[in-house]
Design a protein around this ligand. Structure first.
Ligand code: DAK
Length: 258
């Protein structure tokens, strides 16, 4: 893919947005390449995915402002839907995803990071939703996912003021789970991905489904969602092996994803 690279490292897939000349800004071509890469991920071979940006300066500096500058209302809405559909596809990938935010994550960049399950960042990372300063609203999920992650008060402040925040503040408000030096960011993301990949894949995926489906449901329905995905783990080879290993006081050599 021209603007999006994919590498398989054992059970971990690494997606790199690769348009460094424009700080990895998202135009239609980048989005199309990202969608093709997501569609091509093999769920048999892949147990965790890391998403990052090429270069040392930027994760993704947002949607492409040049491309958006001449759009009509209809084209703007269609572009928003195009991006939203791809971000939803990423969010609902059955495999856990980790955004390794290596610099600017502005507008669509922050929205892309928020479509991943987990975010960690480098100490030079900058997050923000600068859209209102450009005369638009966040259009790839920013008004929805930011609120869910950090709460309405802080999300409204970031979105209405268009003020960027640095890595330490992103950590303080729970937008990212950890801050690393630039050199340590990818190794840390890989280490976490490998740890996730060492667990029973069906169970990990069922956890993702339970959290996603239950998160906004009332507690009664959420409990039913949990029961469904909990029950679904039983009779799998990995459930039998995981429990047998515990009872026999030995380690599981490798879960089979069956
Ligand atoms: N789009 C296009 N090009 C960009 C870009 C962007 N978002 N960000 C950076 N670039 C390009 C610059 O134009 C420059 O290109 P050349 O001039 O070299 O050709 C190159 O990347 C390097 O950028 P700078 O020279 O500006 O680098 P600096 O280090 O000085 O500054 C910066 C870095 C990230 C602070 C600055 O580039 C910047 O402020 N960039 C824009 C950040 C931004 O505002 N991002 C949010 C974009 S709006 C919707 C759908 C989607 C969205 C909204 C609505 N619906 C349909 C409703 C999403 C909106 C957004 O994401």
């Amino acid at each position: 893919m021209g603007f999006v690279k994919y590498e398989q490292n054992g059970y971990v897939g690494v997606i790199t947005i690769d348009r460094p000349k424009a700080l990895n800004a998202l135009n239609k071509e980048v989005l199309a390449d990202l969608e093709a890469v997501i569609d091509g991920i093999d769920p048999e071979k892949t147990r965790a995915v890391v998403l990052t940006g090429a270069g040392e300066k930027s994760f993704v500096a947002g949607a492409d402002i040049g491309a958006m500058s001449t759009m009509t209302k209809a084209e703007g809405e269609a572009f928003g839907k195009y991006g939203n559909d791809i971000f939803l596809k990423l969010e609902s990938l059955p495999i856990p995803t980790i955004a390794a935010v290596n610099g600017f994550a502005l507008g669509g960049g922050n929205e892309l990071a928020m479509s991943c399950d987990i975010r960690i960042c480098s100490d030079n990372a900058v997050f923000g939703q600068p859209e209102v300063g450009l005369g638009i609203t966040p259009g790839f999920g920013g008004t929805q996912r930011l609120v869910r992650l950090i709460g309405t008060g802080k999300a409204k402040e970031m979105i209405y003021s268009a003020k960027n925040i640095k890595a330490d503040e992103a950590y303080r408000i729970g937008l990212v789970n950890a801050v690393h030096t630039q050199e340590e960011l990818l190794p840390a993301a890989m280490k976490l991905a490998v740890k996730i990949a060492s667990n029973a894949p069906i169970a990990v995926r069922n956890c993702k489904k339970a959290i996603t489906e239950g998160y906004l449901a009332d507690m009664g329905h959420a409990a039913e969602v949990e029961e469904k995905w909990f029950g679904d783990c039983f009779e799998t080879e990995d459930q039998k092996e995981g429990m047998a290993a515990f009872l026999e006081k030995r380690k599981v050599e490798e879960f089979k994803n069956r």
